[in-house]
Design a protein around this ligand. Structure first.
Ligand code: C5J
Length: 223
């Protein structure tokens, strides 16, 4: 039996079948969120990103209670950097490049402490974790196949950063035909104006990339 819910969202209410919906939590990794991590070493105020944790937790709890498919993503590369394009590796100040030693291990390398998801949002047993070498969660990963196999048509998206990995993933998903609902207070950016602009771009022109709603409008309906 389908489980339709209608979420009050921008630019218009969104009706989705919970059985065809997944929660996608993007890159809530220690290096991006925690004091003492790579993000902070670049001069960012990581508290801006940590502010999204409570809403992500509420979404995760609701999705788990409702039996939704839960997908976590992590941005990072193989230790030999074989999946990192040379142009990406060469970017930035020499000591802040991918693969260099950072405050929580090698920067953006799988298996390093900083690459892990923050403990508050740790994947539960059986939940899917997608390791992605790009900004988008579909590029060079098995995510598309996995969602197709499970009949998923709708993605409830949260995580960081709004204008980078959340946006790229939503754009990729939109092109593949998924309905994307971005949960505004469960996303964040180091640059608040980019967060706001990122959300505005999603709902512009009648919802060109999808829908946006705050977690209090989503959590009770999904739980
Ligand atoms: C993500 C980034 N996850 N901002 N990465 O958005 O570099």
């Amino acid at each position: 039996m389908p489980r339709p819910v209608t979420i009050p969202a921008e630019p218009a209410p969104l009706t989705i079948d919970l059985d065809a919906s997944a929660l996608v939590v993007i890159d809530m990794q220690r290096d991006f969120l925690e004091p003492g991590g790579f993000g902070e070493s670049l001069g960012n105020d990581v508290s801006l990103l940590a502010a999204a944790v409570p809403a992500c937790r509420a979404l995760l709890a609701a999705a788990r209670a409702a039996g939704l498919l839960v997908v976590h993503t992590r941005e990072g590369h193989a230790p030999d950097l074989s999946d990192a394009p040379p142009a990406k590796v060469a970017r930035g100040a020499p000591r802040a490049r991918i693969g260099e030693p950072g405050p929580m291990g090698r920067i953006l390398v799988r298996g390093e402490a900083g690459h892990a998801i923050v403990p508050d949002l740790a994947p539960a047993s059986g939940e899917i974790v997608i390791d992605k070498p790009g900004k988008g969660a579909f590029y060079a990963t098995g995510l598309g196949t996995l969602l197709e196999e499970r009949g998923i048509a709708n993605l409830i998206v949260c995580g960081v950063t709004t204008e980078v990995c959340v946006h790229t993933t939503v754009r990729e998903a939109n092109d593949r035909g998924y309905r994307c609902l971005v949960v505004s207070d469960a996303c964040a950016s180091y640059i608040p104006a980019f967060h706001e602009a990122g959300l505005a771009m999603i709902v512009a022109q009648g919802g060109i990339f999808g829908w946006v709603a705050p977690s209090p409008a989503v959590v009770p309906l999904v739980a």
